[in-house]
Design a protein around this ligand. Structure first.
Ligand code: ADP
Length: 409
C-alpha cells in the first residue's frame, strides 16, 4: 500500500451520520454513506456508495458509536469494500459546527480540545453534542490515529470586532460570548480558494463575495483570503431568508409575537427556524424548485417568496461590496447557487453599474464549454467584459476537512 493514505471524514448530526472515505493523495472519494434515524424507535436507514454501486440496509442503531461501526463494516465488507481493516484508515476528520472563540482553524483532537468542545456546546445545542459523541466513538474505535476537528465557525474568526460584536450590553458578550460567529466556513474557504485558482489571481489580491445558498444559506465577504464579514451570526438563523428560516428580521417582532400569540421561547424558535423563509411566505415548500414551479403556474405568494429570496441576496452583495471596498469575484455555490439559473439571474440583476454583468446564455445553458482548468460543475456566468467575474463552483466541505486532516498528520 506504501504511502497510500485514506482519510475518513465524518459529519455527525443529532440523529444522522454522513461519511466519506477519501484517498488523500489523489483526493478521490473512495466511498460515501449516510445513516439516518439513529437512536429513533424505528430502524436506522444506512445507504452507501462504493465504486458507483449503491447499497442500502435498515438496522437498529442506538448511537453514533454503533453507527460508526456500521459504516466501517460497509467500508470493509468482503464483497466490494474499500478497506481491509481499520488499520487502513490513516486519520479521521470530523466536521464540528461550533468552535466558539477557541478555534480559528482545524485542530488535532486531544482531551483539552474535547473539554473546550463541551464548553462551547451551549452555543450549538443541537449540533455540537452529536459531533462530540461521534468523536468519542471514533477515538474509542481508532485510538491510535490522528483525529481532527474542522469547524464551521473557524474561518470567520478573522471577522473584525466592529463586525462581530452586537450592540448589546457588553457584559452579555463577557457572560455568554454573544457575538457573530458565522457558519459554512469550510464551504466559503473552499470556493474562495477555487475561485482564486480559476481566475489565476492569488487569494491575497482578491475581493470575493461567496454565496452559499442551500437549505441553510449564508454570504461571506472575503478579502486577502480571509473572511471579513458574513451574514450568519450568533446562530445560523441570522442573515439571508432561507428554506424554512427567517434570516434577519426586526428583533422587536420576536417579543411582539411572544406577547400577542402567547408563544414560548421554544415555540418561537421553532417558528423562526422551521416554519418561515420560503416555506412560510409561499405556504408551499421550503424547496426552491417547488416555489419556482408554483410561481410559473401563477401563484402570487410563491412569486413574493422568490422575489424576497433574491432581494435578500442582492442586498448582502451590495453591503459587502461596500465592506470590501470593491469586488473581483462573486461565487455561487450549494443547492440553489449551483443549480438555479433563475435565482442567480434574479439576485444579480440590475448590478451592471457596479461592473456585475451576467450573460444569460452562459447562466442558463449548462452545456456550454467548461471553464479553463475547471472541475466538473464549475462554470462562469459573467458576460465577456464584466469587471466582476461571477463563478458557479460546487462546494466541497469534505475535501477541505480531509486536506486539513492530512496537513495535521
Ligand atoms: P443543504 O444545505 O441541506 O446541504 P443543498 O446545498 O443541497 O442543501 O441545497 C438544497 C436546496 O437547493 C434545495 O432545498 C433546493 O431548494 C435547492 N435546489 C437544488 N436544485 C435546485 C434547482 N435545480 N433549482 C432550484 N433550486 C434547487
Amino acid at each position: 500500500m506504501g504511502d497510500d493514505m485514506k482519510i475518513l471524514v465524518l459529519n455527525a448530526g443529532s440523529s444522522s451520520l454522513k461519511y466519506q472515505l477519501m484517498d488523500s493523495n489523489t483526493e478521490d472519494v473512495l466511498a460515501q454513506g449516510l445513516i439516518e434515524r439513529i437512536g429513533l424507535k424505528g430502524k436506522a436507514a444506512h445507504s452507501w456508495t462504493i465504486d458507483g454501486k449503491k447499497t442500502k440496509e435498515e438496522l437498529a442503531l442506538a448511537d453514533h458509536e454503533e453507527s460508526l461501526q456500521a459504516a466501517i463494516k460497509a467500508l470493509s465488507s468482503k464483497d466490494g469494500g474499500v478497506i481491509q481493516s481499520l488499520e487502513d484508515i490513516s486519520a479521521v476528520g470530523h466536521r464540528v459546527v461550533h468552535g466558539g472563540e477557541y478555534f480559528s482553524e482545524s485542530v488535532a483532537i486531544d482531551e483539552d480540545v474535547l473539554k473546550k468542545l463541551d464548553e462551547v456546546s451551549p452555543l450549538a445545542p443541537l449540533h455540537n453534542p452529536a459531533a462530540v459523541s461521534c468523536i468519542r466513538a471514533s477515538r474509542t474505535l481508532m485510538p491510535d490515529i490522528t483525529q481532527v476537528a474542522a469547524f464551521d465557525t473557524a474561518y470567520h474568526q478573522s471577522i473584525p470586532p466592529e463586525a462581530h460584536h452586537y450592540p448589546l450590553p457588553h457584559e452579555l458578550y463577557e457572560k455568554y460570548k454573544v457575538r457573530r460567529y458565522g457558519f459554512h466556513g469550510n464551504s466559503h474557504r473552499y470556493v474562495a480558494q477555487r475561485a482564486s485558482e480559476l481566475v489565476g489571481v492569488p487569494l491575497r489580491d482578491l475581493k470575493i463575495v461567496s454565496c452559499h445558498l442551500g437549505n441553510g444559506a449564508s454570504i461571506a465577504a472575503i478579502k486577502n483570503g480571509v473572511s471579513v464579514d458574513t451574514s450568519m451570526g450568533f446562530t445560523p438563523l441570522e442573515g439571508l431568508m432561507m428554506g424554512t428560516r427567517t434570516g434577519s428580521i426586526d428583533p422587536a417582532i420576536v417579543t411582539f409575537l411572544m406577547r400577542e400569540e402567547n408563544l414560548s421561547p421554544d415555540e418561537l424558535d421553532n417558528l423562526m427556524n422551521k416554519k418561515s423563509g420560503l416555506l412560510g411566505v409561499s405556504g408551499i415548500s421550503s424547496d426552491l424548485r417547488d416555489v419556482l414551479d408554483a410561481q410559473e403556474s401563477g401563484d402570487e405568494a410563491a412569486k413574493l417568496a422568490n422575489d424576497m429570496y433574491a432581494y435578500c441576496i442582492k442586498r448582502f452583495i451590495g453591503q459587502y461590496m461596500a465592506v470590501l471596498g470593491g469586488l473581483d469575484v462573486i461565487v455561487m455555490t450549494a443547492g440553489v447557487g449551483e443549480n438555479s439559473p433563475v435565482m442567480r439571474a434574479a439576485a444579480l440583476s440590475g448590478l451592471e453599474h457596479w461592473g456585475i454583468a451576467v450573460d444569460p446564455w452562459r447562466n442558463f445553458d449548462q452545456d456550454k464549454p467548461p471553464i479553463k482548468n475547471g472541475l466538473e460543475g464549475e462554470f462562469e456566468v459573467s458576460a465577456v467584459g464584466s469587471r466582476v467575474k461571477v463563478l458557479v463552483i460546487p462546494t466541497n466541505e469534505e475535501l477541505m476537512i480531509a486536506r486539513d486532516t492530512k496537513a495535521l498528520l
